[in-house]
Design a protein around this ligand. Structure first.
Ligand code: HEC
Length: 296
């Protein structure tokens, strides 16, 4: 019997091992074929206690503003988000000054007329185009996607955006590219209708950081990750608290289980049994001889 069980267990283990092995093999050959490994970065915001690099976020905003915002909108962000905790944390005055650089149509006023005014903290980010169609026409037929959730919408997230920004190169010999289409090794299909947006020194950093292509890409990617998830830090903090709470709860439950289900030492137990037995016997002898019916 025992041997049979052992053999069955062995077979099961073999099967599990085989399946794991096959998945590993098929995965690696899959990634070898069509996929190109993304450039991996040590992002400060990864992991359950990850936080954003404040300076990188502020520089990233500048890159977005000066380069990407010519074509890409971030519709769900308001200027006040720029000064909120967990974000770039510009001061309120800085955020106000940023908002005031952009105009918006408001109204109607008392005379029933629409008017333009500068934006306030409560206003949404200005969009480069009035609608999707206008944006598509202006970009030769390709819509520059809104960046509100772009990082989340693309497989590979931050690593993909970073790699894409640095992935422009000369097409291989004999590769046909139409007018307005560029070769990017990280874009699915390698063809992209966005010309290379970042070059060394595209943005002049005021904090003395070298504006290399990699640095610009890193900063703007960090900013876009935050833009897609402005409350990431808060949820990380909450997640960490819940984790801690669960650990404490688990320890308490374990300790009380130990206490409630603890059995007195076996030796003590048999002593106790003996004592009880003695008592019963003694009581029985005391009443020996008496008629049980007279005993109350
Ligand atoms: C001149 C306009 C223009 C500028 C400036 C620009 N983009 Fe784009 N971008 C586009 C267009 C158009 C597309 C759509 C390309 C396509 O679908 O082939 C695009 C697509 C993208 C994509 C999506 C790729 C995908 O997987 O579909 C990302 C990410 C992106 N841009 C990031 C940026 C960043 C970051 C900047 C600023 C550093 C920037 N872009 C600046 C026009 C622009």
């Amino acid at each position: 019997m025992k041997e049979k069980k052992l053999i069955r267990l062995n077979n099961l283990l073999l099967k599990i091992f085989f399946i794991a092995f096959m998945t590993a093999i098929s995965n690696s050959s899959y990634s070898d074929e069509g996929k190109i490994e993304l450039i991996k970065n040590d992002w400060s915001f990864k992991g359950i206690i990850g936080t954003f690099d404040r300076n990188s976020l502020q520089r990233g905003y500048r890159v977005y503003q000066e380069v990407c915002s010519g074509c890409h909108s971030i519709q769900h962000l308001s200027y006040r988000n720029l000064s909120e905790k967990g974000g770039p944390e510009f001061t309120l005055d800085e955020a106000k000054a940023i908002a005031e650089q952009f105009e918006i149509t408001d109204g109607p006023n008392d005379e029933g007329e629409m008017f333009t005014r500068s934006r306030r903290l409560s206003d949404k980010f200005a969009s480069p185009f009035p609608n999707v169609q206008a944006a598509t026409i202006a970009n030769g037929g390709a819509y520059p996607p809104d960046m509100s959730v772009l990082v989340k919408a693309r497989k590979g997230g931050a690593d993909y955006i970073y790699s894409l920004l640095l992935g422009y190169e000369e097409p291989p010999a004999g590769y046909e590219l139409d007018e307005g289409i560029y070769y990017n090794k990280y874009m699915p299909g390698q063809k992209i209708m966005m010309s290379k947006p970042l070059f060394e020194g595209s943005v002049e950093y005021s904090d003395g950081t070298q504006a290399t292509e990699e640095q610009l890409a890193k900063d703007v990617t960090t900013f876009l990750v935050w833009a897609a998830e402005p409350h990431l830090e808060a949820s990380h903090k909450m997640g960490f608290k819940v984790f801690l709470y669960l650990i404490i709860l688990l320890t308490l439950v374990y300790l009380s289980k130990q206490k409630v289900w603890s059995r007195p030492d076996l030796k003590e137990d048999s002593n106790q049994k003996e004592e009880t037995f003695d008592k019963v016997e003694r009581a029985a002898t005391e009443y020996e001889g008496e008629d049980p019916k007279t005993f109350r």
